[in-house]
Design a protein around this ligand. Structure first.
Ligand code: HEC
Ligand code: HEC
Ligand code: HEC
Ligand code: HEC
Ligand code: HEC
Length: 232
């Protein structure tokens, strides 16, 4: 951002959080929005414990539903990362009988049993993070409206290590809020990312938009564009 904006814009989040500068914020917001770098932070992939949690194996090959681990996504404004106990349910000594004898598998999953034994959490590093001055990102409302994980996180079930797929910029939020139709999916498919990929290929953008337009009416969708919906 520093390459595009003068230094003083760094103070903006603080100013916004303090409130009372709406006039300035709107002027600057408009300028800022126009120049939003669309691909800010895309590709962010910090180094993770144990080489990272492999969604390609667990959600892809083994077909575990996202909600097996991310139990909050439908009920809470904040998604959650599972505790070691969830992993230990499968990775306790001897539990995966076929694999239990493979030295390679034992070595790769040892950090799970070590964390469990010492009652320590695994220190996953957070990847998707909105700045604090974005007051409101209700995760559950999006899932309930039928927006699939794939629209905002890409096909995680193909990722051996999670990386940020979308810019998470204001321009990105608003682009969808102005025209959510192509992102509205059958509700029972929201976490079934391979089904969504098939659907995207079969229908194409025009087909997704017209199917989505029906969901838009049925579900009485309202995606806000006013500043206060997302900021203080
Ligand atoms: C067996 C448990 C498990 C399943 C199933 C699972 N995840 Fe995860 N997920 C994790 C763990 C552990 C992390 C934290 C480690 C990491 O970020 O690599 C994580 C991280 C993530 C993140 C990044 C969080 C951040 O830090 O920003 C996203 C997004 C995500 N998962 C989405 C999904 C989606 C979508 C599905 C279903 C297709 C899914 N997960 C299925 C365990 C799981
Ligand atoms: C429902 C059972 C189940 C759960 C829950 C589960 N795993 Fe696994 N995990 C497996 C199986 C089965 C494999 C082996 C898959 C294969 O090699 O085809 C595996 C493989 C792994 C591997 C080895 C990956 C590789 O590259 O070979 C790691 C590391 C791992 N899991 C960590 C975790 C962590 C961390 C969690 C919790 C967030 C977790 N698992 C939750 C079943 C599970
Ligand atoms: C409309 C976009 C959108 C959709 C749909 C969406 N997410 Fe997210 N997700 C985000 C954003 C943005 C963040 C960062 C939120 C923040 O910083 O407050 C996030 C964060 C997360 C995190 C990290 C939570 C943490 O505490 O580290 C996980 C896990 C996650 N999402 C999983 C999922 C799963 C699973 C689905 C599908 C059921 C899903 N998301 C659907 C946008 C989305
Ligand atoms: C891919 C599409 C999409 C993206 C990207 C997206 N949203 Fe939304 N958002 C929606 C839809 C659809 C709704 C309407 C939900 C409804 O009507 O129940 C919505 C609703 C909301 C609401 C109102 C929720 C409520 O319960 O009334 C807020 C606040 C919001 N979004 C914030 C954000 C923020 C912040 C971002 C960016 C970080 C974002 N959204 C990105 C599709 C999206
Ligand atoms: C749908 C949610 C949403 C709405 C509505 C929204 N914003 Fe934002 N805004 C965001 C998100 C998310 C960011 C953070 C983007 C990032 O991290 O790059 C942001 C960032 C900003 C920033 C940038 C601060 C900086 O320099 O980094 C300003 C200024 C701003 N918004 C002002 C506004 C104004 C003024 C309005 C009303 C016209 C508005 N926003 C409406 C989601 C929203």
């Amino acid at each position: 951002m520093s390459t595009i904006f003068p230094k003083w814009t760094n103070a903006l989040p603080t100013l916004l959080a303090g409130g009372g500068v709406t006039g300035l914020a709107i002027v600057v917001g408009t300028i800022w929005y126009t120049f939003t770098p669309k691909f800010w932070d895309v590709g962010y992939m910090p180094k993770q414990p144990g080489g990272g949690f492999n969604h390609q194996i667990h959600a892809g090959k083994l077909g575990l539903d996202c909600r097996y681990c991310h139990t909050n996504v439908e009920v809470s404004p904040e998604a959650n990362i599972p505790s070691v106990a969830t992993c230990y349910g499968c990775h306790a000594d001897g539990r995966l009988t076929k694999l239990a004898t493979s030295e390679d598998h034992k070595a790769k999953t040892a950090f799970v049993r070590e964390a469990y034994a010492s009652d320590e959490p695994i220190e996953w590093r957070r990847i998707h993070k909105l700045p604090d001055y974005v007051r409101n990102f209700p995760h559950h409302s999006h899932v309930a409206a039928g927006v699939s994980c794939i629209s905002c996180h890409g096909n995680i079930a193909r990722q051996p290590e999670v990386w940020q797929h979308e810019p998470l910029s204001m321009g990105w939020c608003l682009e969808c809020h102005r025209n959510p139709d192509p992102h509205l999916q059958p509700k029972d498919k929201v976490t079934r990312l391979f089904d969504i990929e098939d659907r995207q290929q079969q229908l194409g953008l025009a087909g997704l938009a017209s199917a989505g337009a029906k969901f838009y009416e049925e579900r009485k969708i309202h995606a806000p564009e006013n500043c206060g919906a997302c900021h203080y």
